[in-house]
Design a protein around this ligand. Structure first.
Ligand code: SF4
Length: 251
C-alpha cells in the first residue's frame, strides 16, 4: 500500500474529515456518499464555508467572518493507505473528493482512488473543484463526475486566477464535468451566461446554486433563482446539507 501522503482537513473531534452523508449539491444531490475533505485552496472566496481549509493566520485574505485558522490545528498529513482503510470502514457507495481544492494535490489523487478501489471494490468517484486547476489525464480515467464550480466576481477572487480560459476549456470538453455557479444576486447571471457562451457549455450541464449558509438565506435566493433557471434553461441545485445539518463540519 502507498506511503504517499495527502493533507486532509480535521473535523470537530480532531480526526481527518472523512464522513458519510448525502450529497447536498449538484447532479448527485441526495445520493449517499463518503466525503474526503482535502486541505488547502488556491482561491480565497470571501464567503467560503470551509475557510478552515485555507485561511491561515497571518495571511492577507479577506473573509466575511474575519476568522483566521491555525494550520497545525486544522489539517493533518495522512497516508494514502490510511485514507483508503478509513474510507473502506464506511462501506461507500460512492466517494467525493472535496476541499478546499482537491486538485492542489492532483498527483496523488489517482493513486488514492486506486487504493480506495482496491480496498472497497468499484465505487462511483466524484471530485469537487473550483475549475482553476486542470485535471491530469490519468486522473480523468479514474473519475465518474467532476463537479466544477468556477468562482464569479462576487467571490472576491481576481478573474485571471479564478477563471482561466485554458483550464475551463478542458473541463468544458470533459463529458464527466458539470458546472455549478454560486449565485448571490440576479446580476451574477450575466457572468454565468458569458462563461457558458464562451466555453460552449450546454445549459443542461449548468447548475445555479444559491449563496447561503442558512436555510433562510438559501430559500430567499432560491425563490427568484427559479426564474433565472426557467428563462435560460439552467438547472437549480439546493444546498440540502445546510437545511438538514446547518453549516457544520463532517456533514
Ligand atoms: S474555491 Fe471553494 S474551498 Fe476554495 S475558497 Fe472558494 S469556496 Fe472555499
Amino acid at each position: 500500500m502507498s506511503e504517499e501522503r495527502l493533507w486532509l482537513a480535521l473535523d470537530d473531534e480532531g480526526e481527518p474529515e472523512i464522513f458519510t452523508s448525502i450529497q447536498g449539491e449538484g447532479p448527485s444531490l441526495g445520493a449517499p456518499r463518503t466525503f474526503i475533505r482535502l486541505s488547502g485552496c488556491n482561491l480565497h472566496c470571501k464567503w467560503c464555508d470551509t475557510a478552515y481549509t485555507w485561511n491561515w493566520a497571518s495571511t492577507p485574505f479577506d473573509h466575511l467572518t474575519g476568522e483566521k485558522f491555525d494550520p497545525d490545528q486544522e489539517r493533518v498529513s495522512v497516508s494514502i493507505a490510511e485514507i483508503a482503510k478509513k474510507v473502506a470502514e464506511t462501506s461507500p457507495m460512492g466517494i467525493v473528493l472535496t476541499g478546499g481544492e482537491p486538485l492542489l494535490q492532483k498527483s496523488k489523487l489517482a493513486p488514492l482512488i486506486d487504493a480506495i478501489k482496491s480496498e472497497c471494490g468499484p465505487v462511483w468517484v466524484e471530485i469537487e473543484t473550483n475549475g482553476s486547476i486542470a485535471p491530469p489525464i490519468d486522473l480523468c480515467r479514474h473519475v465518474n463526475q467532476f463537479n466544477v464550480s468556477p468562482k464569479l466576481a462576487h467571490s472576491g477572487n481576481a478573474a485571471e486566477i479564478a477563471l482561466k480560459a485554458d483550464v475551463l476549456k478542458q473541463y468544458a470538453a470533459l463529458p464527466a464535468a458539470s458546472f455549478k455557479f454560486v449565485i448571490a444576486e440576479e446580476i451574477d447571471i450575466d457572468q454565468v451566461r458569458t462563461l457558458v457562451r464562451d466555453f460552449q457549455i450546454s445549459p443542461q450541464r449548468v447548475f445555479l446554486m444559491p449563496l447561503g449558509t442558512t436555510s433562510e438565506a438559501i430559500r430567499e435566493r432560491s425563490l427568484w433563482m427559479v426564474g433565472l433557471c426557467t428563462r435560460y434553461g439552467f438547472r437549480f441545485t439546493d444546498r440540502l446539507h445546510i437545511h438538514l445539518f446547518g453549516d457544520t463540519r463532517g456533514t
